[in-house]
Design a protein around this ligand. Structure first.
Ligand code: NAP
Length: 296
């Protein structure tokens, strides 16, 4: 038996989804069906797979689901028109435009076009500002929210803890840092953010009670990054070649799990850690949007 605790993202995601499903059922009994619209532009198979799984999750939970698939040559103008229609559609509470769009699309302009009240991805500057201002009426991006929920569900104390976040993207690292430094439950951490210009990332990481890796480099975090008894959250999802698999690849995290885990108090695996939380938090954000928009 390993001494470390393996954090089970699938189980926590299932719990979040169950709670969300119960809230949706209550809302439906009151005559309101929350709705999520997902827009995908182009033929990227991974994007379509993500969108299909979001649609299925909506159906499973009883959400109203709108899937809009647009061809790869869709113009920016047309995409903005679609977003404007969804903004105006009262049956739609949440809007998500699957990333990445084709290269000719200005993704920032698309995010700006989404009504902040329907921005369940939490990428609109209004929601980023609300996060920084600790205004709980905003939407927190799903992956950082999922990481925080995992820590809370496993009773991992963040208050006063030294948290080191590897990565400073808006989607994960920077947002997670803002979230965990809030003066709030599940936060109150002392946060350090490391990035590609950080001197001696391993030494900085060793100062962490909770180390969160979100850099997109397979097995970057090795045992010498981790203090004995630390908690490690691995956000990374990286494909590496694996001739033994039919697909020719497998997914690994940013953390070298086999070597790091024995030093940890608790650690997330990849897959089955942070990954399943993202879609669960998206569903939860959609219900939050529906409640706020409809004054419930
Ligand atoms: P990203 O936008 O590429 O950002 C990567 C960050 O890591 C950047 O801030 C970069 O620093 C930093 N970095 C890169 N190499 C580094 C190094 N050698 N040392 C220190 N810092 C380094 O990636 P992302 O979108 O945040 O995603 C990160 C990972 O999480 C990816 O594997 C992605 O697939 C995964 N992810 C998972 C989920 C999920 O649902 N579980 C969701 C989103 C992303 P600079 O800023 O200096 O370039």
């Amino acid at each position: 038996m390993p001494e470390y605790e393996k954090i089970d993202g699938k189980a926590v995601a299932a719990k979040v989804l169950k709670e969300t499903e119960a809230t949706i059922a209550e809302m439906k009994a009151g005559g309101v069906t929350p709705g999520l619209a997902v827009v995908v532009v182009g033929d990227d198979p991974a994007s379509h797979a993500y969108v299909n799984s979001k649609e299925k999750k909506c159906t499973d939970l009883g959400l109203h689901s709108v899937k809009i698939e647009l061809p790869a040559d869709t113009t920016q103008e047309k995409l903005l028109e679609v977003v404007a229609e969804l903004n105006a559609d009262d049956a739609v509470d949440g809007i998500l435009v699957q990333s990445p769009p084709p290269k000719h699309i200005d993704e920032e302009a698309v995010v700006l076009a989404i009504d902040p009240a329907k921005d369940v991805d939490g990428f609109h500057p209004v929601n980023v500002a609300k996060l920084a201002l600790e205004d709980s009426a905003g939407f927190v991006p799903c992956t950082p929210a999922g990481c925080q929920r995992l820590l809370m569900e496993y009773g991992i104390e963040t208050e006063g803890a030294n948290v080191v976040v590897l990565g400073r993207s808006m989607i994960v690292g920077k947002t997670l840092a803002l979230l965990l430094m809030q003066n709030a439950k599940g936060a109150n951490a002392t946060v350090t953010v490391a990035h590609s210009r950080t001197k001696d990332v391993a030494a900085v990481s060793r100062g962490a009670d909770i180390l969160i890796a979100a850099i997109g480099r397979p097995h970057f975090v090795t045992a010498d990054f981790v203090k004995e008894g630390a908690v490690v959250i691995d956000v990374g999802i990286n494909r590496i070649e694996d001739a033994s698999r039919k697909s020719g690849y497998r997914l690994v995290g940013d953390v070298d799990f086999d070597r790091v885990a024995p030093k940890c108090k608790a650690i997330t695996p990849v897959p089955g850690g942070v990954g399943p939380m993202t879609i669960a938090m998206l569903m939860a954000n959609t219900v939050k949007a529906a409640k706020m928009r409809r004054g419930i």
